[in-house]
Design a protein around this ligand. Structure first.
Ligand code: SF4
Length: 222
């Protein structure tokens, strides 16, 4: 199995339940959801013209480059082991659920790591049963991808990007279809600006939800 990777880097998880935890991030290339607010648009296309060798992508922060490379599971593990203190691995993107991650996540758990996926919930999840699923719902986006019910049921937390009240309404419409512990729901302001942050705080207080600020933006790390 070969996985298309945009970047592999070591940093602090900035969002939701694991905020502050040292993590190796595996940013995968490819996403068909098409969110207008996406801050990783450089990961959308698997463009043969920007394919690189694994050696060129490994260990580098891509700084929004659309360069990517195929990595085997062994090559990913080799990169992870460079960060010997780290025990938490985050699969992000792009949309990492486009790829079958069951064997690599199971292998990571067998080696003593914890794993997490950040997903829009629009692709079937192929993961270790132990992988923490952060579902960030992307509703009515240009790619017309639907959130799968099985993924909402599997999610360990729901992290909703919020820019305006319409996003809260969409979240409530989604939640109305499921029974979800409200304390597993995070509102994440789309920017550090006052308006979305205030809206998230007000709505969290009103609904017993949580607020996820993007820690990495406040402390200025990748
Ligand atoms: S699902 Fe994520 S990576 Fe894909 S377009 Fe939306 S924000 Fe970007």
């Amino acid at each position: 199995m070969q996985y298309p990777i945009n970047e592999i880097f070591y940093s602090l998880q900035g969002e939701a339940n694991f905020a502050g935890l040292p993590s190796v991030f595996i940013r995968m290339q490819g996403c068909a959801v098409g969110c207008a607010f996406c801050d990783t648009k450089h990961t959308w296309e698997l463009n043969p013209a920007t394919q690189q060798s694994a050696q060129l992508v490994a260990g580098k922060i891509s700084e929004h480059s659309d360069n990517w490379a195929y990595f085997s599971a062994d090559e990913i593990l080799y990169e992870i082991k460079k960060y010997s203190a780290c025990r938490h691995i985050v699969f992000t993107g792009g949309e990492p659920a486009m790829y079958d991650l069951r064997s690599i996540t199971e292998e990571l758990h067998a080696l003593g790591y914890t794993t997490q996926i950040e997903t829009s919930g629009t692709e079937p999840l192929r993961l270790s049963d132990k992988t923490w699923v952060t579902l960030s719902p992307k509703i009515d986006m240009p790619g017309h991808k639907q959130i799968l019910a099985e993924n909402v049921a599997r999610a360990n937390e729901i992290k909703m990007p919020v820019g305006k009240m319409a996003d809260i309404i969409k979240l409530k419409q989604l939640l109305a279809q499921y029974t979800i512990n409200t304390q597993l729901i995070w509102l994440q302001p789309l920017s550090c600006k006052e308006t979305p942050t205030k809206l998230c705080i007000e709505q969290a207080l009103a609904n017993n939800w949580r607020v996820s600020t993007q820690l990495h933006k406040f402390i200025n790390i990748h």
